[in-house]
Design a protein around this ligand. Structure first.
Ligand code: ATP
Ligand code: MG
Length: 386
């Protein structure tokens, strides 16, 4: 990462590969639930924000002026764009339900942007919006999303042990919304967690002794969490504002029911680093590591260079993602960089290993190394990643 200003970052080559992998996992799971990907603009007109009364009340909105004194806001969330968009394509209750999502940068004038990727002013979000004719249909889809979210976080590397579905305030249309909190001391949220049910209640919404929403126990532990996702039943709040109505089977006209479902890929990247590290650097979970294998050549001898080049070509051809460190640097520097970058498998090739026709294999989260025959290496990587 390279910080440009507080809360705004450039993703460099390795970091960008992680971000893309996080996004891909989210995209796969959301598409499996039926979400259709779109891409809405980041530049949005004042008018739609006035329609929902949010132009003056949304504190974090970045507002700006263009040609001819026209005013705009940078997208902080997209209900104001997606609601009239969906309205343009929905002609009757028979067109419902459907859901659309995007993965795009959001802009929010956060008062405190101090925790790196965890709280940016420009940050990545997957936001999905669902549209329904009936409350039962919205409720059912919402439950499907809850399951989908847990699957996403597990695939990303957050153990089910530390991922809590958390009850938070819901607004006018439902008692609760649900946040997905990953337990960690750097988290900004305080939650009361039930380690048996993996459910929690956000401290912000309760003013008395909290109870587990699953098993009713009262001795919940007060913990810190990082909010990595948030799902919400919007009800008819936005459809009413835009007059988005459809008629039902009996010819009655009703406002469309909506839900919104957010996940923060860049915050997730920051959270993964907070959870998975040691004193030497990052330890990426397999699914999101920038590369699968970090190949390090030690020594300038022709024999080493040739063997390392050959191994790199072979692994690339076999379809593995390989970061090849063939820099003319001291062994200590190269090995320290490998630990810092945190790719799960490190392969070292040197004169010493070549004498036995092998490479040295080390897993980032293990202390021991082992020598693996050059002829066996492909198979071993395949097994490790299967
Ligand atoms: P928070 O309570 O942390 O301010 P939020 O409730 O305003 O977040 P949502 O509007 O629900 O967040 O956004 C959906 C998701 O986008 C969040 O769950 C989080 O993962 C991510 N996100 C929100 N704000 C930021 C930010 N400033 N930087 C990085 N990610 C963010
Ligand atoms: Mg929140």
């Amino acid at each position: 990462m390279h910080q440009e200003i507080a809360g705004v970052y450039t993703f460099l080559t390795l970091g960008l590969r992680v971000l893309r992998k996080i996004e891909d996992i989210i995209r796969q799971e959301i598409e499996a639930i039926g979400g259709q990907e779109i891409l809405m603009p980041a530049m949005t007109p004042k008018k739609v924000w006035q329609t929902t009364d949010r132009w003056d009340t949304f504190d974090a909105l970045f507002r700006f002026e263009g040609m001819g004194n026209k005013e705009y806001a940078l997208g902080a969330t997209h209900e104001e764009i997606v609601t009239p968009l969906a309205q343009d394509y929905t002609f009757s209750y028979k067109d419902l339900p459907f859901s659309v999502f995007q993965i795009q940068n959001k802009f929010r004038n956060e008062p405190r942007a101090k925790s790196g990727l965890l709280r940016g002013r420009e940050f990545s979000m997957k936001d999905l919006y669902s549209f329904h004719a009936t409350q039962e249909d919205l409720d059912e889809f919402y439950e499907t999303m809850k399951e989908g979210y847990l699957k996403i976080f597990e695939r990303l590397g957050f153990d089910t042990e530390i991922t809590y579905t958390t009850y938070a305030s819901g607004g006018a249309f439902s008692k609760f919304s649900h946040e997905y909190q990953v337990l960690h001391d750097v988290g900004e949220d305080t939650i009361f967690a039930c380690d048996k049910c993996k459910l929690a209640v956000n401290k912000e919404i309760i003013d008395e002794q909290s109870t587990c929403p699953g098993c009713d126990r009262k001795d919940l532990a007060e913990m810190k969490g990082i909010e990595v996702g948030n799902i919400f039943k919007l009800g008819t709040k936005f459809s009413e504002a835009f007059g988005f109505k459809v008629s039902d089977e009996s010819g009655n006209t009703n406002a469309v029911l909506m839900g919104c479902y957010g996940i923060g890929p860049s915050r997730i990247m920051g959270a993964l680093v907070e959870v998975f590290n040691d004193e030497n650097g990052i330890i990426w979970p397999k699914a999101v590591s920038p590369y699968q294998v970090h190949l390090v050549s030690l020594g300038k001898e022709e024999k080493v260079v040739e063997a390392a080049d050959k191994l790199y070509d072979k692994l690339e051809k076999a379809g593995f993602e390989v970061l090849y460190d063939d820099r003319d640097k001291q062994a200590g520097v190269k090995l320290a960089d490998a630990d810092l970058i945190g790719i799960p498998v490190r392969l070292v090739i040197s004169n010493r290993t070549l004498e036995a026709g092998s490479v040295e294999w080390k897993e980032r989260d293990q202390k021991e190394t082992e020598n693996v025959k050059l002829t066996e290496i492909e198979k071993k990587i395949k097994v490790y990643y299967s």
